[in-house]
Ligand binder design. Structure first.
Ligand SMILES: Cc1cc2nc3c(=O)[nH]c(=O)nc-3n(C[C@H](O)[C@H](O)[C@H](O)COP(=O)(O)OP(=O)(O)OC[C@H]3O[C@@H](n4cnc5c(N)ncnc54)[C@H](O)[C@@H]3O)c2cc1C
Length: 172
């Protein structure tokens, strides 16, 4: 694995896979490091196995519905709206449907279709996904990222590292 990568994405969840796919399409050599045996395990259980992909509403309604102060989402959602999210998955061949409360699910009711779409987006763009690889440390010299140290002791040389290791819910 010890090639040099332009970007190493730590975490092969929804965020890491999307990031990897977009970075690879911008011409970067990208590696995704996922500590589990397969990527996006958490997405497989979302929405009780159906994955509530997004909400079919405009950006302001979306932000108003976020518990607490949702305003931190403005810049992200202005760049990639709920409509963009729906177009993205439908463009990858996952038809969607809108249910009660404007909740959006795959027509198949299978969260695995969303996982397959995310993994395919990353891989088809040229990103390499390495499973069973836990990152331990981002290495840097003089403020410049030089690599990612794995729990195994191997170092993956790179010029950028993205930490997309998710939140604390469902840590497995
Ligand atoms: C029961 C449940 C139901 C949910 N339902 C929905 C829903 O219907 N719709 C919805 O939008 N959201 C839902 N969510 C929330 C959704 O799962 C998260 O928002 C989403 O998974 C976050 O994606 P992520 O990529 O940021 O993090 P994660 O999905 O947590 O991915 C992070 C990845 O990083 C890996 N990782 C962590 N540390 C390291 C390391 N050191 N080295 C290498 N890899 C590492 C992890 O193994 C993991 O695969 C649900 C969550 C739960 C728990």
């Amino acid at each position: 694995m010890a090639n040099h990568f332009d970007a190493v994405i730590i975490g092969g969840g929804a965020a890491g896979l999307l990031c990897a796919g977009f970075a690879a399409r911008r011409g970067m050599r990208v590696a995704v490091l996922e500590k589990n045996g397969r990527p996006a395990r958490k997405v497989r259980i979302t929405g009780k196995g159906r994955c509530n992909v997004t909400n079919n509403c405009d950006n302001n309604d979306f932000i108003r519905a976020v518990r607490g102060n949702g305003r931190f989402l403005y810049s992200a959602i202005a760049a990639f709206s709920t409509a963009d999210t729906m177009a993205f998955f439908e463009g990858l061949g996952v038809p969607l449907k809108t249910e009660r409360g404007n909740r959006v699910f795959p027509v198949s009711d299978q969260a695995t279709d969303i996982v397959d779409a995310l993994v395919g987006f990353a891989k088809d763009g040229g990103a390499k996904i390495f499973t069973g690889q836990a990152a331990k440390e981002v290495l840097a010299e003089n403020g410049q990222v030089t690599g990612v140290l794995l729990e195994s002791g191997e170092v993956i040389p790179c010029t950028r590292a993205v930490i997309a290791t998710g939140g604390k819910s469902y840590p497995l």
